[in-house]
Design a protein around this ligand. Structure first.
Ligand code: SF4
Ligand code: SF4
Length: 226
């Protein structure tokens, strides 16, 4: 969830305008696990933000690498709007059971939300049974496709003489990211609706705003544009 901090509306109560829900779903905290266990929200509603992934920090009003893994309620239809927000009724479909950040959010006074932001966050391992084979795939994915590797290669794209090698390695990294996702669905039987929770957003999607494009046959084009 992002707080509309830039221009705070002149109000002192929630008018349920939905602006905050359209800006993105909340990050989940340990106390939110009860909401998941009760079945109000499932893994298919969640997306993992991996450590180092570029995310918008509403307090800094800037895109920054996420300092830690976190689980968020995902968006809908390629937009950031929280998938639990009902546009027709302008309301939260789980209002009575909404998450900690949603309960604390006051767009006119972010102090309470700021107090919990980044603290006691849930991670994937909290929501997966021990021994589930998908845990090994998550580990493999983190080892081979970490954002640390992405950023190292990204920096080399701007280093004279290393561009071609770095682009080839980046291409391989993006290919591996997709290959591990495919392995999970085809070999381990992971339902596609859980992919964003298990592996987070595909790397090619995350890198698109920087001017890199992956074509259907796996070719990567572009350069350091941002
Ligand atoms: S808290 Fe969210 S829904 Fe309520 S008035 Fe502020 S932006 Fe609108
Ligand atoms: S869970 Fe409900 S209150 Fe929270 S962002 Fe989504 S729609 Fe809004």
């Amino acid at each position: 969830m992002q707080i509309p901090l830039i221009k705070r509306p002149p109000r002192d109560h929630c008018t349920r305008c939905g602006t905050c829900c359209r800006a993105g779903g909340p990050a989940l905290h340990r106390e939110d696990i009860a909401i998941l266990l009760a079945g109000h929200v499932g893994h298919r509603h969640l997306v993992t933000i991996r450590a180092g992934e570029p995310v918008f920090d509403p307090f800094a009003e800037a895109v920054r690498p996420s300092p830690q893994e976190m689980i968020k309620v995902r968006g809908r239809g390629g937009e950031w709007t929280c998938c639990l927000y009902d546009e027709k009724t302008s309301s939260c479909t789980i209002y009575e059971h909404r998450f900690l950040e949603c309960r604390l959010l006051k767009c006119w006074d972010p102090a309470e939300l700021a107090e919990v932001a980044g603290r006691d966050l849930l991670v994937r391992a909290d929501l997966i049974n021990p021994g589930d084979p998908v845990l090994e795939l998550i580990e493999l994915h983190e080892q081979e496709c970490s954002y640390q590797k992405v950023e190292e290669l990204w920096a080399r794209l701007s280093t004279k003489g290393e561009e071609a090698e770095a682009l080839a390695a980046l291409r391989e990294l993006l290919r591996r990211d997709l290959a591990i996702r495919l392995l999970a669905t085809r070999e381990v039987g992971l339902a596609e609706e859980y992919e964003l929770f298990i592996f987070g957003r595909p790397l090619f999607k995350v890198l698109e705003p920087r001017g890199l494009k992956v074509f259907a046959h796996g070719e990567l084009k572009g350069g350091c544009t941002g």
